[in-house]
Design a protein around this ligand. Sequence first.
Ligand code: GTP
Length: 361
Amino acid sequence: MKAVILAGGEATRLRPLTCNTPKIMVPVLNRPFLEHVIGYLKQHGIGEVILAVGGVPAQVESYFGEGSELGVHIAYSTEDSPLGTAGAVKNAEALLDDSFLVFNGDIFTDLDLTAMMRQHRQSKVMATLALTPVDDPTVYGVVETDSRGMVTRFVEKPSPDKVTTNMINAGIYILQPDILHHIPPDAFCMFERDVFPTLLESGTTIFSYPAHGYWIDIGTPEKYLRLQHDLLRNPRERDVEFEGEGYVHASARIEGPVVIGKGCSIGRGCTIQGPAVLGAGCRIEEDALIEGAVLWQDCRIRKETRLKNCLVASRCDIGDASEVLDGCILGDDVLIGNNNKLCKGIRIWPGKAIEPGAISF
Ligand code: GTP
Protein backbone atom coordinates (compact mmCIF):
# COMPACT_ATOMS: atom_id res chain seq x y z
CA MET A 1 0.00 0.00 0.00
CA LYS A 2 1.22 3.51 -0.81
CA ALA A 3 1.07 6.30 1.76
CA VAL A 4 0.38 9.95 1.02
CA ILE A 5 1.97 12.03 3.78
CA LEU A 6 0.36 15.46 4.05
CA ALA A 7 3.07 18.00 4.70
CA GLY A 8 2.02 21.16 2.89
CA GLY A 9 0.53 23.07 5.82
CA GLU A 10 1.76 26.40 7.13
CA ALA A 11 2.90 25.10 10.54
CA THR A 12 2.07 28.49 12.05
CA ARG A 13 1.52 27.18 15.56
CA LEU A 14 5.05 25.79 15.75
CA ARG A 15 6.66 29.11 14.90
CA PRO A 16 9.32 30.34 15.45
CA LEU A 17 10.74 26.79 15.20
CA THR A 18 9.24 26.41 11.74
CA CYS A 19 10.29 29.84 10.39
CA ASN A 20 13.29 28.21 8.67
CA THR A 21 12.49 24.51 9.10
CA PRO A 22 9.47 22.65 7.69
CA LYS A 23 7.43 20.82 10.32
CA ILE A 24 8.45 17.40 8.96
CA MET A 25 12.12 18.37 9.45
CA VAL A 26 11.98 19.55 13.06
CA PRO A 27 14.27 17.25 15.01
CA VAL A 28 12.82 14.70 17.41
CA LEU A 29 15.64 13.14 19.42
CA ASN A 30 18.02 14.71 16.90
CA ARG A 31 16.44 13.11 13.82
CA PRO A 32 13.98 14.81 11.45
CA PHE A 33 10.39 14.06 12.43
CA LEU A 34 9.70 12.58 8.98
CA GLU A 35 12.37 9.94 9.56
CA HIS A 36 10.38 8.64 12.54
CA VAL A 37 7.19 8.60 10.45
CA ILE A 38 8.86 6.74 7.59
CA GLY A 39 10.34 4.21 10.04
CA TYR A 40 6.86 3.59 11.44
CA LEU A 41 5.31 3.15 7.99
CA LYS A 42 8.10 0.73 7.04
CA GLN A 43 7.37 -1.37 10.14
CA HIS A 44 3.91 -1.85 8.66
CA GLY A 45 5.22 -2.83 5.25
CA ILE A 46 4.74 0.53 3.54
CA GLY A 47 7.75 1.42 1.41
CA GLU A 48 6.15 3.76 -1.14
CA VAL A 49 5.65 7.26 0.14
CA ILE A 50 4.16 10.25 -1.66
CA LEU A 51 5.05 13.48 0.09
CA ALA A 52 2.37 16.12 -0.57
CA VAL A 53 4.06 19.49 -0.10
CA GLY A 54 3.81 23.07 -1.37
CA GLY A 55 7.23 23.17 -2.96
CA VAL A 56 9.86 20.60 -2.12
CA PRO A 57 11.86 22.21 0.70
CA ALA A 58 15.60 22.05 -0.01
CA GLN A 59 16.25 20.56 3.45
CA VAL A 60 13.83 17.70 2.73
CA GLU A 61 15.28 16.97 -0.69
CA SER A 62 18.89 17.00 0.48
CA TYR A 63 18.19 14.82 3.54
CA PHE A 64 15.70 12.34 2.11
CA GLY A 65 16.15 12.54 -1.68
CA GLU A 66 14.22 9.61 -3.16
CA GLY A 67 14.39 7.73 0.13
CA SER A 68 16.95 5.07 -0.84
CA GLU A 69 19.03 5.54 2.32
CA LEU A 70 15.97 4.75 4.42
CA GLY A 71 15.02 1.82 2.19
CA VAL A 72 11.83 3.40 0.84
CA HIS A 73 10.79 5.21 -2.33
CA ILE A 74 9.68 8.83 -1.92
CA ALA A 75 7.81 10.67 -4.68
CA TYR A 76 7.01 14.36 -4.29
CA SER A 77 3.64 15.88 -5.19
CA THR A 78 3.70 19.67 -5.15
CA GLU A 79 0.98 22.32 -4.96
CA ASP A 80 1.22 25.88 -6.33
CA SER A 81 -1.05 27.02 -3.52
CA PRO A 82 -2.29 24.93 -0.57
CA LEU A 83 -5.09 22.62 -1.71
CA GLY A 84 -6.17 21.35 1.70
CA THR A 85 -5.91 17.77 2.90
CA ALA A 86 -8.22 16.28 0.23
CA GLY A 87 -7.13 18.64 -2.56
CA ALA A 88 -3.52 17.59 -1.94
CA VAL A 89 -4.44 13.92 -2.33
CA LYS A 90 -6.46 14.65 -5.51
CA ASN A 91 -3.36 16.43 -6.80
CA ALA A 92 -1.41 13.17 -6.41
CA GLU A 93 -4.10 11.13 -8.25
CA ALA A 94 -1.76 10.08 -11.07
CA LEU A 95 0.39 8.25 -8.50
CA LEU A 96 -2.50 6.34 -6.89
CA ASP A 97 -4.02 3.19 -8.35
CA ASP A 98 -5.05 0.96 -5.44
CA SER A 99 -6.15 1.33 -1.78
CA PHE A 100 -3.91 3.94 -0.18
CA LEU A 101 -3.11 5.42 3.19
CA VAL A 102 -3.32 9.13 3.99
CA PHE A 103 -1.25 10.27 6.95
CA ASN A 104 -1.15 13.75 8.45
CA GLY A 105 2.54 14.60 8.46
CA ASP A 106 2.61 15.77 12.06
CA ILE A 107 1.41 12.61 13.80
CA PHE A 108 3.41 10.23 15.95
CA THR A 109 1.61 7.06 16.93
CA ASP A 110 1.98 3.36 17.63
CA LEU A 111 -1.43 2.58 16.12
CA ASP A 112 -1.50 -0.88 14.52
CA LEU A 113 -1.63 0.10 10.86
CA THR A 114 -1.36 -3.52 9.77
CA ALA A 115 -4.58 -4.35 11.62
CA MET A 116 -6.25 -1.22 10.26
CA MET A 117 -5.32 -2.21 6.69
CA ARG A 118 -6.68 -5.71 7.31
CA GLN A 119 -9.97 -4.33 8.63
CA HIS A 120 -10.25 -1.99 5.64
CA ARG A 121 -9.72 -4.82 3.13
CA GLN A 122 -12.24 -7.09 4.85
CA SER A 123 -14.93 -4.43 5.19
CA LYS A 124 -14.70 -3.34 1.53
CA VAL A 125 -15.71 0.24 2.40
CA MET A 126 -14.54 3.35 0.54
CA ALA A 127 -12.94 4.90 3.61
CA THR A 128 -11.67 3.79 7.01
CA LEU A 129 -10.76 6.50 9.52
CA ALA A 130 -8.55 5.98 12.53
CA LEU A 131 -9.97 7.46 15.71
CA THR A 132 -8.13 8.20 18.92
CA PRO A 133 -9.36 9.28 22.36
CA VAL A 134 -8.26 12.67 23.73
CA ASP A 135 -8.84 14.40 27.04
CA ASP A 136 -10.20 17.57 25.49
CA PRO A 137 -12.12 16.94 22.24
CA THR A 138 -13.26 20.58 21.96
CA VAL A 139 -10.21 21.57 19.92
CA TYR A 140 -10.42 18.65 17.49
CA GLY A 141 -12.71 17.09 14.90
CA VAL A 142 -14.91 14.65 16.81
CA VAL A 143 -16.23 11.54 15.06
CA GLU A 144 -19.39 9.81 16.28
CA THR A 145 -19.93 6.13 15.44
CA ASP A 146 -22.63 3.50 15.94
CA SER A 147 -22.22 0.20 17.81
CA ARG A 148 -20.70 -1.46 14.70
CA GLY A 149 -18.09 1.27 14.28
CA MET A 150 -19.78 2.95 11.29
CA VAL A 151 -19.29 6.71 11.29
CA THR A 152 -22.56 8.56 11.91
CA ARG A 153 -21.51 12.21 12.32
CA PHE A 154 -18.58 14.61 12.21
CA VAL A 155 -18.54 17.49 14.66
CA GLU A 156 -15.77 20.06 14.25
CA LYS A 157 -14.49 21.51 17.55
CA PRO A 158 -17.68 20.93 19.62
CA SER A 159 -18.43 23.24 22.55
CA PRO A 160 -18.08 21.45 25.93
CA ASP A 161 -21.88 20.96 26.30
CA LYS A 162 -22.08 19.36 22.83
CA VAL A 163 -19.36 16.75 23.36
CA THR A 164 -20.82 13.26 22.91
CA THR A 165 -17.57 11.27 22.58
CA ASN A 166 -13.88 11.85 23.16
CA MET A 167 -12.93 9.96 19.98
CA ILE A 168 -11.42 12.28 17.41
CA ASN A 169 -10.22 12.02 13.84
CA ALA A 170 -6.62 10.78 14.20
CA GLY A 171 -5.57 12.09 10.78
CA ILE A 172 -4.95 8.61 9.37
CA TYR A 173 -7.23 7.28 6.61
CA ILE A 174 -7.27 4.26 4.33
CA LEU A 175 -9.12 5.06 1.14
CA GLN A 176 -10.21 3.47 -2.11
CA PRO A 177 -9.20 5.29 -5.29
CA ASP A 178 -12.93 5.86 -6.06
CA ILE A 179 -12.95 8.56 -3.42
CA LEU A 180 -10.91 10.73 -5.76
CA HIS A 181 -14.05 11.16 -7.92
CA HIS A 182 -15.59 13.02 -4.99
CA ILE A 183 -12.80 15.60 -4.76
CA PRO A 184 -12.74 18.54 -7.21
CA PRO A 185 -9.46 19.00 -9.12
CA ASP A 186 -7.27 22.06 -8.50
CA ALA A 187 -9.49 23.34 -5.70
CA PHE A 188 -9.10 23.71 -1.97
CA CYS A 189 -10.86 20.80 -0.26
CA MET A 190 -10.62 19.19 3.17
CA PHE A 191 -11.42 15.54 3.98
CA GLU A 192 -12.71 16.28 7.45
CA ARG A 193 -14.92 19.25 6.58
CA ASP A 194 -15.94 18.63 2.94
CA VAL A 195 -15.40 15.10 1.61
CA PHE A 196 -16.32 12.80 4.51
CA PRO A 197 -19.47 14.68 5.66
CA THR A 198 -20.72 14.86 2.05
CA LEU A 199 -20.12 11.14 1.54
CA LEU A 200 -22.04 10.37 4.74
CA GLU A 201 -24.97 12.51 3.62
CA SER A 202 -25.12 10.60 0.34
CA GLY A 203 -25.32 7.29 2.23
CA THR A 204 -21.74 6.08 1.72
CA THR A 205 -20.47 3.86 4.54
CA ILE A 206 -17.42 5.13 6.35
CA PHE A 207 -15.84 2.76 8.82
CA SER A 208 -13.83 3.69 11.89
CA TYR A 209 -10.73 2.11 13.37
CA PRO A 210 -10.61 3.11 17.05
CA ALA A 211 -7.09 2.98 18.47
CA HIS A 212 -6.22 3.37 22.13
CA GLY A 213 -2.42 3.43 22.06
CA TYR A 214 -0.01 6.35 21.83
CA TRP A 215 -1.04 9.23 19.56
CA ILE A 216 0.15 12.81 19.47
CA ASP A 217 0.34 15.51 16.83
CA ILE A 218 3.33 17.83 17.06
CA GLY A 219 1.26 20.80 15.89
CA THR A 220 2.08 22.94 18.94
CA PRO A 221 5.36 23.52 20.80
CA GLU A 222 3.93 22.00 23.97
CA LYS A 223 3.16 18.74 22.17
CA TYR A 224 6.46 18.79 20.26
CA LEU A 225 8.27 18.96 23.62
CA ARG A 226 5.94 16.41 25.20
CA LEU A 227 6.60 13.85 22.44
CA GLN A 228 10.33 14.04 23.12
CA HIS A 229 9.84 13.74 26.88
CA ASP A 230 7.57 10.73 26.29
CA LEU A 231 10.08 9.03 23.98
CA LEU A 232 12.94 9.69 26.37
CA ARG A 233 10.98 8.30 29.30
CA ASN A 234 9.86 5.22 27.38
CA PRO A 235 11.49 2.37 29.33
CA ARG A 236 12.75 0.77 26.14
CA GLU A 237 14.60 3.95 25.26
CA ARG A 238 17.95 5.26 26.37
CA ASP A 239 19.32 6.53 29.66
CA VAL A 240 22.28 8.79 28.74
CA GLU A 241 23.07 8.41 25.06
CA PHE A 242 26.03 10.04 23.35
CA GLU A 243 25.59 10.07 19.58
CA GLY A 244 29.29 10.64 18.93
CA GLU A 245 32.43 11.95 20.50
CA GLY A 246 32.37 15.04 22.67
CA TYR A 247 33.71 16.47 25.90
CA VAL A 248 32.24 16.24 29.39
CA HIS A 249 34.11 17.79 32.34
CA ALA A 250 34.65 15.35 35.19
CA SER A 251 32.59 17.52 37.56
CA ALA A 252 29.55 17.76 35.25
CA ARG A 253 26.47 15.80 36.28
CA ILE A 254 24.28 14.18 33.62
CA GLU A 255 21.11 12.42 34.67
CA GLY A 256 19.12 10.58 32.03
CA PRO A 257 17.11 10.20 30.04
CA VAL A 258 19.24 12.43 27.85
CA VAL A 259 20.37 12.34 24.21
CA ILE A 260 23.59 14.25 23.49
CA GLY A 261 24.49 14.92 19.85
CA LYS A 262 27.99 14.47 18.51
CA GLY A 263 30.63 17.10 19.20
CA CYS A 264 28.93 18.61 22.28
CA SER A 265 31.01 19.98 25.11
CA ILE A 266 29.72 20.14 28.68
CA GLY A 267 31.78 22.29 31.03
CA ARG A 268 32.79 22.27 34.67
CA GLY A 269 29.98 22.08 37.20
CA CYS A 270 27.18 21.78 34.62
CA THR A 271 24.03 19.78 35.28
CA ILE A 272 22.05 18.16 32.50
CA GLN A 273 18.85 16.80 33.96
CA GLY A 274 16.72 14.61 31.74
CA PRO A 275 14.50 14.37 29.92
CA ALA A 276 16.59 16.59 27.68
CA VAL A 277 18.11 16.65 24.19
CA LEU A 278 21.26 18.45 23.07
CA GLY A 279 21.73 18.79 19.31
CA ALA A 280 25.13 18.19 17.71
CA GLY A 281 27.86 20.70 18.46
CA CYS A 282 26.26 22.38 21.49
CA ARG A 283 28.61 24.05 23.93
CA ILE A 284 27.43 24.20 27.52
CA GLU A 285 29.67 26.38 29.65
CA GLU A 286 30.53 26.31 33.38
CA ASP A 287 27.82 25.78 35.97
CA ALA A 288 24.97 25.89 33.47
CA LEU A 289 21.82 23.88 34.21
CA ILE A 290 19.71 22.26 31.51
CA GLU A 291 16.56 20.51 32.60
CA GLY A 292 13.69 19.22 30.46
CA ALA A 293 14.88 21.30 27.49
CA VAL A 294 15.41 20.48 23.82
CA LEU A 295 18.26 22.24 22.04
CA TRP A 296 18.89 22.00 18.33
CA GLN A 297 22.42 22.03 16.98
CA ASP A 298 25.38 24.36 17.59
CA CYS A 299 23.91 26.31 20.51
CA ARG A 300 26.13 28.05 23.02
CA ILE A 301 24.86 28.20 26.57
CA ARG A 302 27.10 30.39 28.66
CA LYS A 303 28.10 30.35 32.33
CA GLU A 304 25.51 29.86 35.09
CA THR A 305 22.61 29.92 32.66
CA ARG A 306 19.45 27.93 33.42
CA LEU A 307 17.31 26.36 30.69
CA LYS A 308 14.19 24.59 31.84
CA ASN A 309 11.42 22.97 29.76
CA CYS A 310 12.14 25.25 26.80
CA LEU A 311 12.83 24.81 23.08
CA VAL A 312 15.96 26.35 21.59
CA ALA A 313 16.52 26.17 17.82
CA SER A 314 19.90 26.05 16.05
CA ARG A 315 22.87 28.34 16.74
CA CYS A 316 21.33 30.27 19.63
CA ASP A 317 23.73 31.97 22.03
CA ILE A 318 22.45 32.49 25.56
CA GLY A 319 24.46 34.83 27.76
CA ASP A 320 25.84 34.37 31.27
CA ALA A 321 23.46 33.95 34.18
CA SER A 322 20.35 34.06 32.00
CA GLU A 323 17.25 31.96 32.47
CA VAL A 324 15.02 30.53 29.73
CA LEU A 325 12.16 28.81 31.46
CA ASP A 326 8.88 27.02 30.96
CA GLY A 327 7.49 27.02 27.46
CA CYS A 328 9.90 29.61 26.01
CA ILE A 329 10.79 29.09 22.39
CA LEU A 330 13.80 30.59 20.65
CA GLY A 331 14.07 30.52 16.86
CA ASP A 332 17.36 29.96 15.02
CA ASP A 333 20.30 32.31 15.68
CA VAL A 334 18.77 34.13 18.64
CA LEU A 335 21.23 36.00 20.86
CA ILE A 336 20.26 36.48 24.47
CA GLY A 337 22.51 38.90 26.34
CA ASN A 338 23.68 38.25 29.91
CA ASN A 339 21.28 38.35 32.84
CA ASN A 340 17.98 37.98 31.02
CA LYS A 341 15.09 36.06 32.46
CA LEU A 342 12.60 34.63 29.97
CA CYS A 343 9.61 32.68 31.18
CA LYS A 344 5.92 31.94 30.56
CA GLY A 345 6.13 30.90 26.92
CA ILE A 346 7.98 33.89 25.44
CA ARG A 347 8.72 33.28 21.75
CA ILE A 348 11.69 34.97 20.10
CA TRP A 349 11.93 35.11 16.32
CA PRO A 350 15.03 33.91 14.40
CA GLY A 351 18.00 36.25 14.40
CA LYS A 352 16.73 38.55 17.16
CA ALA A 353 19.18 39.87 19.71
CA ILE A 354 18.11 40.69 23.25
CA GLU A 355 20.26 43.24 25.09
CA PRO A 356 21.77 42.22 28.45
CA GLY A 357 19.22 42.46 31.25
CA ALA A 358 16.43 43.59 28.91
CA ILE A 359 13.88 40.94 29.92
CA SER A 360 13.41 40.17 33.57
CA PHE A 361 9.92 38.79 34.18
P1 GTP B 1 -0.89 25.17 11.58
O1 GTP B 1 -0.67 26.32 10.65
O2 GTP B 1 -0.11 25.31 12.84
O3 GTP B 1 -2.32 24.80 11.80
O4 GTP B 1 -0.18 23.91 10.89
P2 GTP B 1 -0.56 22.98 9.66
O5 GTP B 1 -1.36 23.67 8.63
O6 GTP B 1 0.73 22.38 9.21
O7 GTP B 1 -1.35 21.82 10.40
P3 GTP B 1 -2.80 21.24 10.28
O8 GTP B 1 -3.07 20.58 11.58
O9 GTP B 1 -3.74 22.27 9.79
O10 GTP B 1 -2.63 20.14 9.16
C1 GTP B 1 -2.50 18.76 9.44
C2 GTP B 1 -1.54 18.14 8.43
O11 GTP B 1 -2.02 18.35 7.10
C3 GTP B 1 -0.15 18.75 8.51
O12 GTP B 1 0.78 17.70 8.38
C4 GTP B 1 -0.11 19.69 7.32
O13 GTP B 1 1.20 19.79 6.78
C5 GTP B 1 -1.05 19.03 6.32
N1 GTP B 1 -1.74 20.01 5.48
C6 GTP B 1 -2.61 20.96 5.89
N2 GTP B 1 -3.04 21.69 4.84
C7 GTP B 1 -2.42 21.17 3.74
C8 GTP B 1 -2.46 21.50 2.35
O14 GTP B 1 -3.13 22.43 1.90
N3 GTP B 1 -1.68 20.74 1.51
C9 GTP B 1 -0.91 19.71 1.97
N4 GTP B 1 -0.17 19.03 1.09
N5 GTP B 1 -0.86 19.37 3.28
C10 GTP B 1 -1.61 20.09 4.15
